[in-house]
Design a protein around this ligand. Structure first.
Ligand code: F6P
Length: 340
């Protein structure tokens, strides 16, 4: 059997471990052949490939990024299912494994409906995909954010300043919630919970009054209760997506003016997605890769692999699409107790 693999959408630590999990098992156990498409769906519509051999995958599970490259290209804007089928046929490929987030899986679903044999592997550092408990990359991002906040805290303590860490989370606050709990933040701000500046000020002042340097973590998609739309003021980027980032910088002067506490904001940005994956993410990603290969061999087309508890299962693409996995109220309330 000849199997194609692509990685698409934003990168996440663990992508290479997925590739290794698929290819290693396929070569070692079944003697299959593998082809990598470069730069996501772009490589598939442009027909740019590399052979994936044992040599290619040696030692890659600890490497960040993706050896295949990635992009946000949508195949339906470049020839659609017909073009994809032509390229797969030309390369003699029997099945495709697409590793990506919501956009990638939505395209994979449409291609499945058009008769392409695809299995998916869910990917997002934001951990916002439904139907899977955790996505690889999330644990690494949380560790990086937590370590950054530990560092911000020591400088905040030295200067008696309020420190704000802006973390990733376009639509959901999982990274903010977990890293904020781990680092002992005095205030966690997430897109799911619109909050007033008065409430934030109260939390910051209360931490300060207890002799602490206030630590605030804010997810990039957070909006104050007075903002009708967090994205509206910033407009769209060159790719038509809402421009994010900057909420930390926006909050810093508001907090400083209202509390009289000197305040600094730091945006962690893509540092959270770069570099070596955590051991947890390497193991999860490798298991997902191995399970994706099994799903192909069992011909469960139109399915993605998913983590349920400690088991890896496969579920139809539609289970993961349409509604994001947001932070539930009880998880936020639990964290809120710790604000002090
Ligand atoms: O979806 C993951 C994510 O990291 C978001 O948290 C963030 O808003 C976005 O990707 C950034 O995307 P890009 O790398 O294309 O700027």
């Amino acid at each position: 059997m000849k199997i194609g693999i692509l990685t698409s959408g934003g990168d996440a630590p663990g992508l290479n471990a997925v590739i290794r999990g698929i290819v290693f098992t396929g070569l070692q156990v079944y003697g299959h052949e593998f082809v990598g498409f470069l730069n996501g769906w772009k490589g598939l519509v442009d027909d740019t490939t590399i052979p994936l051999t044992r040599h290619q995958i040696m030692g890659i599970s600890k490497q960040g990024g993706t050896i295949l490259g990635t992009s946000r290209t949508n195949p339906f804007e470049h020839g659609g299912a017909e073009r994809v089928k032509t390229v797969l046929e030309r390369n003699g490929i029997d099945a495709l494994i697409a590793i990506g987030g919501e956009g990638t899986l939505a395209a994979a679903k449409r291609l499945t409906d058009a008769g392409v044999r695809i299995v998916g592997v869910p990917k997002t550092v934001d951990n916002d995909l439904s139907a899977t408990d955790y996505t690889f990359g999330f644990d690494t991002a949380v560790q990086i954010a937590t370590e950054a906040m530990d560092r911000l805290r020591t400088t905040g303590d030295s200067h008696g300043r309020c420190m704000i860490a802006e973390v990733m989370g376009r639509h959901v606050g999982w990274i903010a919630l977990h890293s904020g709990m781990a680092a002992g933040a005095h205030c966690i701000l997430i897109p799911e919970q619109k909050t007033s500046i008065e409430q934030i000020t109260e939390w910051v002042t209360s931490a300060h009054d207890r002799g602490r340097a206030p630590l605030v973590v804010v997810a990039e998609g957070f909006a104050l209760d007075t903002m009708t739309d967090v994205h509206s003021e910033r407009g769209l980027d060159a790719f038509g997506r809402p421009r994010l980032g900057g909420i930390g910088e926006h909050l810093a002067p508001l907090i400083e003016e209202r509390t009289g506490i000197e305040t600094r904001a730091t945006t962690l940005g893509h540092i959270q997605r770069g570099g070596t994956p955590s051991a947890y993410d390497r193991v999860l990603a490798t298991r997902l890769g191995m399970a994706a290969l099994r799903t192909v061999l069992e011909e469960h087309w139109g399915c993605m692999v998913a983590l349920r508890g400690t088991e890896i299962v496969h579920v139809p693409f539609e289970d993961a699409l349409g509604k994001l996995k947001t932070v539930p109220q009880d998880r936020y309330d639990e964290a809120r107790v710790l604000f002090g």
